[in-house]
Design a protein around this ligand. Structure first.
Ligand code: GLN
Length: 394
């Protein structure tokens, strides 16, 4: 048989999605792949039912239905502090997964370099490879997940750097980048002339006094930022696969070509249903999303503290990093990898997590990621299962 491409030999399948498959096999509580276990708002499901009867059922315009582009640009114009033009500055994609891949294919030539913070959402590694670029990793150091400015500047100054990927709020570590950190990254982007490709899918999921700031809203940054976003998290419709990229007209014109040849377009009835619902939502809806996730984070953090499981302090997203160092020191876990520990957890505790090593470039083996996008009763059930794990240390 002829060999498959070298490209596909250089990365594995997604560990996040793999953990979901194993979790389902053992009927565990799945706190690995992050998605909500509740239904989307009624406005959304009602709109979907209406659209089933009324259509459209044929292709929409390849770069996104006009009414959905307009609705999204209206929302984003406020967040960006400038008018975003639905005719020229947005392309609607099949989820932000395609949005990110499209951006990488739009911006990078083979051999270009892309700066990525570590830990990082695992897709970025594969996206970079698929676009032919080489990643340069810069650590976000636990427990604060802060970065060293000199180290970031050194990485960005390397010849061939074309882009930096910024996940804000950040999956998996829950960091929300502060204004001065964003300004520093922006100053490097200008100085060394590269794009910032952002992933802002958790923009409404921020806690306490933390504030999500769009990189594209900083002075002079709209022109060199490609903002990837998604409807998945904000409207609890991860299966609808609706995302988008916003950027300057020239970059978006190129991104639309990539998107067109990759997918032709996102599903037309889904775009129509999403548009009808989004138009009905006001600021209360978004405040509600924030409030709901704040309550879940508080419940889960309090529960982990009560049973004595050390963890990160997420400022945003619905992810939390749990420290398993003490377990790995027990004789029954001697020599185990974090992946093996997660498999043990699924089988013996009934809770699925993602091994931290799938997010870190550094050889980290003592952190695992859990998410709390689950109903209160499921979170309580998960906590009671996790308390059995905590008992092992007593
Ligand atoms: N962003 C989610 C996570 O990190 C899931 C994304 C996906 O699997 N497509 O768990």
């Amino acid at each position: 048989m002829p060999q498959l491409s070298n490209r596909v030999m250089t990365f594995t399948d997604s560990v996040i999605r793999r953990m979901t498959r194993i979790s389902e096999e053992y009927d565990a509580i799945n706190l690995s792949q992050g998605y909500p276990d509740w239904d989307p708002p009624r406005e959304i499901t009602d709109a979907l039912a209406q659209v089933a009867g009324e259509g459209p059922h044929q292709y929409s315009i390849t770069f996104g239905a006009k009414n959905l582009r307009e609705a999204l640009c209206k929302i984003e114009s406020e967040r960006f502090g400038r008018t975003v033009d639905p005719e020229q500055e947005i392309v609607i994609t099949c989820g932000s997964t395609e949005a990110m891949m499209t951006c990488m294919m739009t911006v990078c030539n083979p051999g270009d370099k892309v700066v990525i913070f570590s830990p990082f959402y695992e897709n970025y590694g594969a996206d970079t490879i698929l676009s032919g670029a080489d990643p340069i990793f810069v650590p976000l150091t636990p427990p604060e997940y802060s970065f060293d400015r000199a180290q970031l500047a050194e990485a960005c100054s390397q010849p061939g750097v074309k882009a930096l990927i910024l996940c804000n709020p950040s999956n998996p570590c829950g960091k929300v980048f502060k204004r001065d950190e964003l300004e520093f990254i922006a100053s490097l982007a200008k100085k060394y002339d590269f794009y910032v490709v952002t992933d802002e899918v958790y923009e409404y999921i921020v806690f306490d006094d933390h504030e999500h700031i769009c990189m594209a809203s900083l002075p002079g940054m709209f022109e060199r930022t490609l903002t990837c976003n998604s409807l998945s998290k904000t409207y609890s419709i991860t299966g609808w696969r609706l995302g988008y990229v916003i950027g300057n007209a020239e970059a978006i014109e190129a991104a639309r070509k990539v998107h067109d040849f990759l997918t032709v377009g996102a599903a037309a009835p889904i775009q129509e249903a999403a548009c009808r619902a989004i138009e009905a939502f006001g600021p209360d809806y978004y405040a509600g999303v924030k409030q709901e996730y704040q309550e879940k984070r508080d419940l889960f953090v309090k529960g982990l503290d009560a049973i004595g499981i050390p963890h990160s302090n997420p400022e945003g997203t619905y992810f939390i990093m749990v420290d398993i160092t003490k377990y790995l020191e027990l004789p029954q876990f001697a020599g185990m990898s974090d992946l093996e520990f997660c498999e043990w957890m699924i089988r013996n505790i009934g809770v699925a997590a993602v091994p931290g090593s799938s997010f870190f470039r550094e050889p980290i083996n003592h952190l695992i990621r859990l998410h709390f996008a689950r109903s209160e009763s499921v979170l309580n059930d998960a906590l009671s299962r996790l308390s059995k794990m905590a008992d092992l240390l007593k």
